[in-house]
Design a protein around this ligand. Structure first.
Ligand SMILES: [Zn+2]
Ligand SMILES: [Zn+2]
Length: 247
């Protein structure tokens, strides 16, 4: 073994280049003739892959294409539809997703997948809310029991059984609140688990649904809006899971 201080500048350079190449080969796997080109991995293009292209990515012999797909999620997370497909074990590019979750250790997507996966068996339904954080005025505000502050985000589950609304309330309270309506809830009532998963933190509450004249509802405050949003970090997402009553 050579001592570091005996290395000439050119040997140091060689060593650095060697280590750099090692690192690259760790990240990049070999591109084949049939592999998709770089621009095809940006989020809009991914949705436009032909059947033949999708089949290639599924079976890419060197794994290059799924790796590139995973790298494209470093700027922007995989769409929620992809996360939920993965949680159901139906995602066609599981290696790409595993790379994002395990190698890139994306905490936010890990929480979403975990919630969707572990609660899938017990959940009556799931609603996932995600937006760019722009306030918009609600068209459906009248549906609520009382007039409410600007709606931040609102989402109905695919089966219409659960409606989740994320609200930034007016000052001076100025809270981050989540309202849940559960038209799909049976006479026995039920509970809703609400998970807010961001890049820096996860906030979670389990709520008991209460019967009002409008049906089954629940709400939770996640504290001061700005503090909650700062804790959560970028690209936070809300996952609400309707749980059937026990027993
Ligand atoms: Zn390929
Ligand atoms: Zn992610």
């Amino acid at each position: 073994m050579q001592d570091d201080k005996d290395l000439t500048p050119s040997e140091v350079l060689d060593l650095l280049l060697y280590r750099y190449r090692e690192k690259l080969s760790d990240v990049h796997v070999r591109q084949t003739e049939a592999c998709l080109s770089l621009f095809q991995f940006d989020p809009e293009s991914v949705e436009q892959w032909t059947e033949a292209e999708r089949e290639h990515v599924r079976t890419c012999p060197t794994g290059y294409c799924q790796r590139m797909l995973a790298l494209s999620w470093r700027g922007e997370h995989p769409p929620l539809a992809h996360l939920s497909q993965f949680a159901r074990g139906e995602y066609p590019y599981p290696k790409a997703m595993q790379f994002h979750l395990e190698h890139d250790r994306c905490q936010r997507c890990r929480v979403v997948v975990h919630v969707l996966k572990t609660l899938r068996t017990v959940a009556a339904t799931v609603a996932v809310v995600y937006g760019e954080g722009l306030l918009r005025q609600p068209e459906e505000a009248a549906a609520f029991a009382e007039p409410r502050a600007p709606v931040y985000l609102r989402q109905t589950s695919e089966d219409g059984k659960l409606i989740v609304t994320v609200v930034e309330t007016d000052p001076p309270e100025h809270e981050l609140k989540v309202y849940v309506e559960a038209p799909g809830c049976g006479e026995g009532g039920g509970r809703v688990r609400v998970t807010l998963a961001g890049e820096s933190a996860t906030l979670e509450r389990e709520l008991e649904l209460e019967k009002t004249e409008f049906g089954w509802e629940a709400e939770a405050s996640f504290g001061k809006f700005e503090e909650a949003v700062a804790r959560l970090g970028e690209d936070w997402v809300v996952v609400a899971v309707l749980l059937e009553p026990e027993g």
